[in-house]
Write a protein that binds this ligand. Structure first.
Ligand SMILES: [Zn+2]
Length: 80
């Protein structure tokens, strides 16, 4: 009935962790990771991408610091 409800899905990307589709009709990005499905406004995708990239960077940094800590390089470390 409502032409605005026409869903037009475009696959944006896919890899071993999941896939990301864009619905033109809803202007929504949908991420599928196994059984989990996350929807967000298309305009928020760049912000979400930054969130993931920075988290990955922080995790690598954390692991690096932990390795140094365990090796005795850092005597007093922040444990999270
Ligand atoms: Zn839609």
């Amino acid at each position: 009935m409502n032409p605005e409800n026409t869903h037009k899905r475009i696959q944006l990307n896919q890899n071993g962790s999941g896939k990301i589709e864009y619905c033109e009709g809803c202007d929504v990005v949908e991420m599928e990771m196994g059984p989990v499905s996350v929807r967000l406004q298309a305009q928020d995708l760049a912000l979400f991408s930054t969130l993931i990239q920075e988290a990955e960077m922080h995790l690598r940094y954390h692991k690096l610091e932990k390795t140094k800590f365990e090796a005795g390089v850092i005597k007093v470390g922040e444990m999270h």
